[in-house]
Write a protein that binds this ligand. Structure first.
Ligand code: RFL
Ligand code: PHB
Length: 393
């Protein structure tokens, strides 16, 4: 039977980053992924990185292209009642966020793992995690028509919300907390210059809209849509019209339209599972928690879990101590719940919930209050740039 120290399920940002950091600390891992490399590298997802995530990527040796190509954003705008109000991240926190696509993060990590001789297995099927309650966990999977068995010390469940790791834990051993929102986001990517030089989050009676970007020549836009919306009902022309209707006039005027190069619908959900450790198996990133994308926290939370887990594994292999591993769940969850709270709050304030005129007035009052209160702006800015990490004793 093949053997490794850490078996990592999933080659998304969590799995690749963990594998890379462990490698730099002399710890061996194998990454087992269900999809092909092209599929994983082609997925369009997050666009905003907290400085803590940037620092970790630099530590992982993949900072070079990130630092040269990222767009540093010192603020973002809130659109509502046909006005646009800037939240000055730099002024309130001394910090900023980086716009750099998850697609690029994934590519950089993948290239680094391949260059470092990393063991990555793509298109593995029937992946099963076993024995994580005892000292000898194993992973079984089918690859190129053959059954493989991998023995390991630890399993890292980096396999996302629909993955196999969380589903392999008996329901009685964990508690799940969930909120499903009654709408989704319809997103498009287009090679047109962004409407504004910073992100614009817009609350509108027709529903939420977001102007984001990937570079000075590539824009990413979203509009809130019904959960049962079909992509075929949204030709590009309808999307551009709807987007402009939902933005403050000055932003709408600056929208440059063009053919979409990607279009997709994502449902919105808040989800947390407790604990995040089950014997020798650790859940990481979307496998353990989901946030609605409004706060741009998903990828950043995944990186934060990896940060805590790799340090704990390094301590365990260097000294034999399991002190940090034992505190993994507790340390991750404390910060995760705050990001869940922020993402839920920002989603609640910015989206249209049924046709309730009272709720919309309350949202507008909250946004108006925000524009008049520096402490409310500071609180929003503090959460958006990313809350501090605790330091282990
Ligand atoms: P991933 O990226 O889902 O990767 C999991 C990997 O596991 C594989 N897998 C399996 N492999 C083997 N066996 C199995 N049985 C498997 N089952 C699944 C999958 O194929 C996949 O390769 O999870 P990870 O690594 O934890 O990363 C999480 C992030 O991808 C996610 O949180 C973000 O994309 C969320 N997100 C955003 N996060 C931000 O920080 N900032 C943003 O601006 C932001 N915008 C977004 C987002 C997510 C969105 N969608 C599509 C949900 C915008 C959108 C629209
Ligand atoms: C994105 O660019 O995809 C993006 C940016 C900010 C968000 C969510 C998504 O809050």
């Amino acid at each position: 039977m093949a053997r490794t120290q850490v078996a990592i399920i999933g080659a998304g940002p969590s799995g690749l980053l963990l594998s890379q950091l462990l490698h730099l600390h002399g710890i061996d891992s194998v990454v087992i992924e269900r999809q092909s490399r092209d599929y994983v590298e082609g997925r369009i997802r997050a666009g905003v990185l907290e400085q803590g995530s940037v620092d970790l990527l630099i530590k992982a040796g993949v900072g070079e292209r990130l630092l040269s190509e990222r767009l540093v954003h010192d603020g973002f705008a809130l659109g509502f009642a046909d006005r646009s109000f800037r939240i000055d991240l730099r002024r309130f926190t001394g910090d900023a966020v980086s716009v750099y696509g998850q697609t690029e993060v994934t590519k950089d990590l993948m290239d680094a793992r391949v260059a470092g001789g990393g063991k990555l297995i793509f298109e593995a099927t029937d992946v099963a995690v076993e024995g994580f309650d005892g000292e000898r966990p194993t992973v079984r999977y089918l690859h190129e028509g053959r059954l493989h068995e991998l023995a390991c010390d630890f399993i890292a469940g980096c396999d996302g919300y629909h993955g196999v790791c969380r589903r392999s834990v008996p329901a009685t051993a964990m508690q799940a907390f969930e909120r499903v929102y009654p709408f989704g986001w319809l997103g498009i990517l287009a090679d047109v210059p962004p409407a504004a030089h910073e992100l614009v989050y817009s609350n509108h009676a027709r529903g939420f809209a977001l102007c984001s970007m990937r570079s000075a020549t590539r824009s990413r836009y979203y509009v809130q849509c019904a959960l049962d919306e079909q992509l075929e009902a949204w030709p590009d022309s309808r999307f551009w019209d709807e987007l402009r209707l939902r933005l403050p006039a000055e932003v709408a005027q600056s929208v440059v339209t063009g053919p979409s190069i990607e279009k997709s619908i994502a449902p919105l959900r808040s989800f947390v599972v407790e604990p995040m450790r089950f014997g020798q198996m650790f859940l990481v990133g979307d496998a353990a928690h989901i946030v609605p994308p409004t706060g741009a926290k998903g990828l950043n939370l995944a990186a934060a879990d990896v940060r805590i887990l790799y340090q704990a594994l390094v301590e365990r292999y260097r000294t034999g101590s399991t002190g940090l591993l034992d505190r993994y769940s507790e340390r991750c969850l404390r910060r995760i719940w705050k990001a869940e709270r922020f993402s839920w709050w920002f989603t609640s304030v910015m989206h249209k919930f049924d046709d309730d005129a009272f709720s919309h007035r309350i949202q507008l009052a909250e946004l108006d209050y925000l524009t008049g209160s520096e402490s409310a702006q500071a609180s929003l800015a503090e959460n958006y740039v990313g809350l501090p990490f605790d330091t282990p004793p």
